[in-house]
Write a protein that binds this ligand. Structure first.
Ligand code: TA6
Length: 281
């Protein structure tokens, strides 16, 4: 595989990772899971993504942190009611391969595909790929094409873990309307104007904002989304953090998930191409 300028391959545990160095930023992508692990703009050298210090790189367990690719369902496969199916689908535990890499002065583009887009619970013909653009921003497009002869109900998410200084000083802006709260049996609530964190937070916002801002003291991260029908916000808080073996006990204090998602069973028509896009600045 010829790699474009600034792109190299290295091992991390049992996993092959792609290292991308551009004039504006650096990034690391795991070929296990098609999983972006790091994005650091060079103008401030601030890591935008959180990665657990206890993350497991055995090529079997999903990596805790970065940008897990959830597809072709989000969380459990609600519409199939099958507890045997893996949470968040099966792409984040597959080996992906590089289709091509390309360099332009403004950005480097990497296109990846998984070993198979079919798996237990999903036997329709819907090729999926990930197009990652690394430059002044990190832009990730999860693309699905319906080559099947009938509509398919697609859920998916770019489950991004953002790196923050302190969850108790973080504020989100840009969300409005109703959200469904997993911690309260999926009951519906109004989005608070002052969006802060002081407990386990696990919310599906049925809102499609183009931009969300994460403010963390004086640090600001911009999250642009498109192709989504919802935004998921998650912080496991202390007890869950302690209970997860791939997360440090206090890991919850340094991360917040803001996920660009399809959670309402998007009907992908025969021949239709859908892109779920998240861009981080
Ligand atoms: O996106 C929020 C969520 O669905 C939470 O309910 C929690 O399960 C989180 O994803 C992490 O899931 P994982 O399977 O990666 O442990």
């Amino acid at each position: 595989m010829d790699l474009c300028t600034g792109v190299t391959i290295a091992k991390k545990g049992k996993i092959d990772t792609i290292h991308i160095d551009t004039p504006y930023s650096t990034a690391i992508v795991s070929l296990f899971g098609g999983h972006v692990l790091s994005f650091i703009p060079k103008h401030d050298n601030r890591e935008r993504l959180w990665l657990s210090n206890n993350a497991i790189f055995d090529g079997k367990k999903p990596i805790r942190g970065g940008v897990p690719v959830c597809w072709p369902w989000f969380s459990d496969a609600h519409n199939q009611d099958r507890s045997d199916l893996p949470s968040h689908g099966y792409l984040r535990t597959q080996k992906w391969s590089i289709i091509n890499t390309s360099y332009e002065p403004s950005k480097t583009t990497i296109k990846l595909v998984p070993e198979s887009h079919q798996g237990p619970g999903w036997q329709v013909n819907t090729p999926v790929s990930l197009i990652i653009e690394i430059g002044k921003t990190l832009k990730i497009a999860l693309q699905t094409v319906n080559m099947h002869d009938e509509p398919v109900a697609l859920n998916c998410a770019l489950h991004t873990y953002f790196n923050i200084a302190n969850i108790e000083t973080v504020k989100l802006s840009g969300l409005s309307g109703k959200y469904r709260d997993k911690t309260k049996d999926w009951a519906s609530f109004d989005t608070p104007a002052d969006y802060v964190f002081n407990q386990e937070t696990d919310r599906v916002h049925l809102d499609q904002p183009e931009q969300i801002d994460i403010t963390d003291n004086h640090l600001h991260t911009k999250v642009l989304s498109s192709g989504h029908d919802s935004i998921v916000v998650w912080n496991p808080w202390a007890q869950n953090s302690r209970n997860m073996n791939d997360m440090e006990d206090l890991g919850y204090q340094k991360m917040v998930c803001v996920e660009t998602a399809l959670t309402q069973e998007y009907s992908l028509l025969p021949g239709e191409t859908h892109q779920l896009i998240q861009e981080i600045g």
